[in-house]
Design a protein around this ligand. Structure first.
Ligand SMILES: [Zn+2]
Length: 316
């Protein structure tokens, strides 16, 4: 009998391993941010069991030739939610997807898009694809599963298939997507996308609005430069990686946060202070952002990163 029990346990285990997490429970509205351009603004949280790993800003544009998606979410389930909203909006198929950077909360939803529209072409920066293949993809699938306590089960990494880099201009259905890459910014894999005809910029995680974001292999000066540049493009609509879309104030707000933090840390470093001595000077300067989601959680890491960058800059 004992071996039979073991066999049964093994079968149940296999069934669970193959099971998919349930569809998203929460209904998220589809916001029209420009004519023919839609964003589902996700919660300003980290992935958790309650939000089932959905917490970014998936977007799509309807063109004459088909639909273009930007950052379809962080799980199979989030991607399917977006696919449902696309089908409810248009009969046209998804023909292209852009992934703004390597963080899986933005792109693991690729799986659901390819599941529904296998011909869709997925674009990202070459370093995004390189880092995803080198381990980031597997790490993110695992991280999502843990943070959502299994809700993202069934999610698999479907990698971008084509590279885009600084200066590229992709045309889909009469719309021109201009790609900007500043080198390291939020990460070293980011692209900013200007949709010329819409006067709209996708900032990716170079900006959060009402949410402070972690930097990874990034650069304060690069991130500030990416936002400064985004502000020179003549755009009127700015879509951040997390938090509400809006006008130029979306890019300006996050630029000012990063600039204030970095310049204060740099001045402290030049005065010979340690990072923990700089923190009390920094807090009064960041009161405009102190109530943003993630402020408490991310500040220590950002301060350390800014300190290391100021130190490295000293030797440039
Ligand atoms: Zn990110």
């Amino acid at each position: 009998m004992y071996p039979i029990v073991l066999l049964l346990l093994a079968l149940v285990g296999n069934a669970l391993a193959g099971a998919e997490g349930p569809p998203l429970r929460t209904h998220y509205p589809l916001d029209r941010v420009a004519p023919g351009v839609y964003v589902v603004h996700g919660p300003r949280e980290l992935p958790n069991a309650d939000n089932q790993g959905f917490m970014n800003n998936p977007s799509f544009l309807v063109t004459e030739q088909g639909v273009v998606v930007v950052d379809p979410g962080g799980t199979l389930q989030a991607g399917r939610m977006l696919a449902g909203k696309i089908r409810a909006t248009t009969d046209k198929p998804v023909v292209a997807v852009f992934n703004t950077h390597v963080h899986g909360d933005h792109w693991l939803g690729n799986q659901a898009i390819v599941e529904a529209w296998p011909q869709a072409v997925i674009y990202a920066h070459p370093k995004m694809i390189e880092e995803a293949k080198a381990g980031a993809a597997a790490e993110w699938v695992d991280l999502m599963l843990r943070l959502t306590e299994g809700a993202s089960a069934g999610t698999e990494a479907v990698l971008p298939t084509r590279t885009v880099d600084e200066g590229d201009r992709i045309t889909v259905g009469g719309l021109h997507f201009r790609i900007l890459h500043e080198g390291p910014a939020h990460t070293d894999t980011d692209i900013v996308i200007l949709v010329e005809e819409k006067g709209l910029v996708y900032l990716g995680d170079n900006a959060g609005n009402g949410r402070i974001l972690r930097m990874q292999n990034g650069s304060f000066r690069g991130n500030v430069a990416a936002l400064e540049r985004a502000l020179t493009l003549g755009a009127t609509v700015f879509v951040p990686g997390h938090g509400p879309s809006g006008g130029a104030e979306v890019a300006k707000g996050y630029r000012d946060f990063l600039k204030t933090l970095y310049e204060t840390v740099q001045a402290g470093y030049e005065d010979g202070k340690a990072d923990f001595e700089i923190r009390p000077e920094l807090l009064p300067k960041l009161t405009a952002w102190q109530d943003w989601a993630g402020f408490e959680h991310e500040l220590g890491g950002l301060l350390s990163a800014a300190y290391l960058e100021a130190e490295a800059a000293d030797f440039e």
